[in-house]
Design a protein around this ligand. Structure first.
Ligand SMILES: CC(C)(COP(=O)(O)OP(=O)(O)OC[C@H]1O[C@@H](n2cnc3c(N)ncnc32)[C@H](O)[C@@H]1OP(=O)(O)O)[C@@H](O)C(=O)NCCC(=O)NCCS
Length: 204
């Protein structure tokens, strides 16, 4: 594995970059403070103090080359409209798990798939993971739609895996994954020295 940390990635409409101290207002306004974003996930909306703590912690977290945690900035407005990150990975087994959130005003424009494809290309071709997985509650049709549209295949259902927000029961969770050899990615194969010359340099 060739860990590179959270290096900046670009797509046609998005800039995927590190969170910065000045991001608090746009994050809270666009997504982090909005209850709709957290309907099917265990986290809860952030208050300004939570956001300040998150941004302060991000600085330290970015020192690790194994941190893959991007702010999603819309190029046109320069607003931070969400986040996309690796929330778990196995060094030994070469897999990682992807997570993402966007603010409701930006839903259904193809942004999540656009971001996820760019991150997947980077994780496969530059870092060297061979499998990227994701999971969500069966109620979370939008998240499952992202997994399907980025080419992931459903592998199974984890029964009663997610305690619902109302605390009154458990949802089943679907597990999806995409393998490197199934993905058509952007950066190409490593050269004979094992380096990915077309990949961005380490962010640290
Ligand atoms: C999941 C989320 C990031 C999707 O963002 P998005 O930018 O709207 O997704 P996209 O526009 O790329 O949509 C991709 C596909 O998913 C499906 N989809 C998206 N929203 C959907 C919805 N509300 N209902 C059903 N399918 C949906 C569609 O197939 C869509 O493709 P199409 O618009 O061409 O038909 C966004 O809804 C979100 O932030 N939700 C709250 C946080 C969350 O639950 N994150 C996932 C944690 S597991």
């Amino acid at each position: 594995m060739n860990h590179l940390g959270t290096v900046e990635l670009g797509t046609a409409r998005l800039r995927l970059r590190r969170f910065q101290n000045g991001d608090a207002d746009s994050c809270l306004r666009n997504w982090a403070g909005n209850g709709r974003v957290f309907q099917f996930i265990s986290q809860t909306p952030m208050a300004p103090a939570d956001m300040a703590a998150f941004l302060a912690g991000a600085e330290d977290a970015y020192a690790a080359l194994t941190t893959y945690y991007w702010a999603v900035e819309e190029k046109e407005s320069r607003e931070v409209i969400g986040e996309i990150f690796v929330d778990d990975f196995s060094e030994r087994n070469g897999w990682c798990e992807l997570d993402y959130k966007l603010g409701p005003a930006f839903w259904r424009r193809g942004y999540a798939v656009e971001a996820a494809r760019a991150v997947a290309a980077f994780l496969f071709d530059c870092v060297g993971f061979h499998r990227i997985q994701a999971k969500c509650s069966v109620q979370n049709a939008a998240s499952e739609g992202v997994m399907q549209k980025m080419g992931m295949r459903q592998e199974g259902v984890l029964r009663s895996h997610f305690l619902r927000k109302d605390g009154l029961g458990y949802d089943d969770v679907v597990l999806y994954a995409l393998l490197r050899n199934e993905a058509s990615t952007k950066y190409g194969a490593p050269n004979p020295g094992g380096k990915y010359s077309a990949c961005p340099p380490s962010g640290v």
